[in-house]
Design a protein around this ligand. Structure first.
Ligand code: NAP
Ligand code: G4F
Length: 371
């Protein structure tokens, strides 16, 4: 009988970790995940798997650990002997990385080295390693669109830490013949996205606003452009990267770019709210121009819950608190290599993605849950 493959996921409690776990379990993997000890629950995104008695401690195992703890990583690798490791753990917030640059480097840069070293220490020569690299590496972009060959110019302590991780992967691949790959993933979002990233911040707040639970959203740079895709598709791409015949580096992206302003307008539009913008820079405001709740199916069936949305009310403000000392103005990726070699292509379009997120947030707010 064919043995089930064993995967180890760091960052299993995050957006991507949770989708990747579901994907690998469906492919009959045994999945092990590293979780951090936390003073409050941090397993919300994987509770549905944790609470499944057919999975827990049979096909799905959780271990306490941290990628800043070398001996813990060595012990776990020795015990689990994974066929594939997906290193998704990171201090993943770009603005926060300016406030905790040392910690960000410990986790995002040296964390990757620690796992690679643990692979060598434990003699797991056949283990394949996926590194969660990022379009933040391109930063002040040197070329449009960005490909695997575009030069890097990171613009944050996060980007710089991930640059180290990118190169240590390449180095261990070349020096020790380890199957190690970088997935250079452009922004990917979902209803499980952390609430402080801009897309989820907008969809969650817009849902609260239309239900009369919140007055406005305060945002930073509305003109930054991102290439936003749908997270589950990108997690399938991670798996495909490790099924390639050799370790390599791949861009995963949609090839389309949109501003934060467009994301905001479309979110409100899907709730039946047309916005107009007044003022400039920090004085800019997003104001309700018209409201027609009949535009949204969830609202149609929950009319009694709609708040007082009137023409002229201010729902968006801008604050420099959310500006970054150095910004990444434009990201747009070219995923032709992944399409050609892995058969991977982003499917969900921008409008559909916004629709998925706003619907999920509306339903959560109506049910009065927030996870
Ligand atoms: P996320 O939701 O922020 O999840 C990060 C995960 O890392 C969480 O499980 C977190 O645990 C864990 N973690 C943080 N510090 C750790 C440490 N010291 N030791 C062990 N675990 C730690 O991020 P994501 O959006 O799923 O992204 C996954 C990875 O892809 C990250 O490396 C990110 O930098 C990278 N990436 C993301 C995108 C994107 O658009 N989402 C694009 C490119 C690259 P807690 O739950 O305990 O906090
Ligand atoms: O949603 P964001 O915080 O994502 P960012 O900085 O692009 O980083 C995400 O994607 C990277 C891939 O390129 C990952 F590597 C990284 O881990 C993370 O998942 O911000 C997107 C844009 C930025 O330009 C930011 O300045 O939105 C702008 N923005 C405007 N107002 C805001 C806000 N960002 C946040 N977080 N909050 C705001 O209020």
């Amino acid at each position: 009988m064919k043995k089930n493959k064993i995967a180890l996921i760091t960052g299993i409690t995050g957006q991507d970790g949770s989708y990747l776990t579901e994907i690998l379990l469906k492919k009959n993997y045994i999945v092990h995940g590293i979780i951090r000890r936390s003073s409050s629950f941090n397993t919300g995104r994987i509770d549905h798997l944790y609470n499944d008695r057919n999975l827990l401690n049979k096909k799905f195992f959780l271990h306490y650990g941290d990628i800043v703890d070398t001996s813990n990583l060595n012990r776990l690798l020795e015990k689990i002997q994974p066929d594939e490791i997906y290193n998704l753990a990171a201090q993943s917030h770009v603005l926060v990385s300016f406030q905790i640059p040392d910690y960000t480097a410990q986790v995002d840069a040296l964390g990757t080295l620690r796992i690679l070293d643990a692979i060598r220490e434990t003699g797991l020569h056949k283990t394949k390693f996926y590194q969660a690299s990022t379009s933040e590496l391109y930063g002040k972009v040197q070329e449009v669109p960005q490909t695997e060959k575009t030069s890097f110019y990171p613009r944050s302590p996060y980007g710089v830490a991930k640059l180290y991780a990118y190169w240590i992967i390449v180095n261990f691949r070349e020096a020790y013949n380890i199957f190690a790959s970088n997935g250079i993933l452009f922004n990917h979002e979902s209803p499980r996205r952390g609430e402080t990233f801009v897309t989820r911040k907008i969809t969650r707040a817009a849902a609260q606003i239309v239900l009369g639970k919140q007055e406005k959203i305060i945002l930073g740079n509305l003109d930054a452009k991102r290439d936003w895709g749908y997270a589950p598709e990108y997690c399938e791409g991670m798996w495909r990267i490790l099924q390639h015949k050799q370790g390599d580096d791949f861009v995963l992206a949609t090839g389309k770019t949109h501003t934060v302003r467009e994301f905001t307008e479309l979110t409100f539009k899907q709730l039946g709210i047309e916005l107009e913008w007044k003022g400039k820079a920090e004085k800019e405001k997003g104001i309700v121009k018209s409201f027609n709740p009949e535009m949204n199916n969830v609202l149609i069936s929950n009319k009694n819950l709609i708040g007082k949305i009137k023409k002229g009310i201010r729902v968006i403000e801008v604050s420099p608190v959310y500006y970054r000392p150095t910004e990444v103005d434009l990201l747009v990726g070219d995923a032709s290599k992944a399409q050609k070699l892995l058969g991977w292509k982003a499917k969900t379009k921008f409008k559909e993605l916004v629709g998925i997120m706003i619907d999920a947030d509306l339903r959560k707010q109506i049910k009065n849950t927030d996870n």
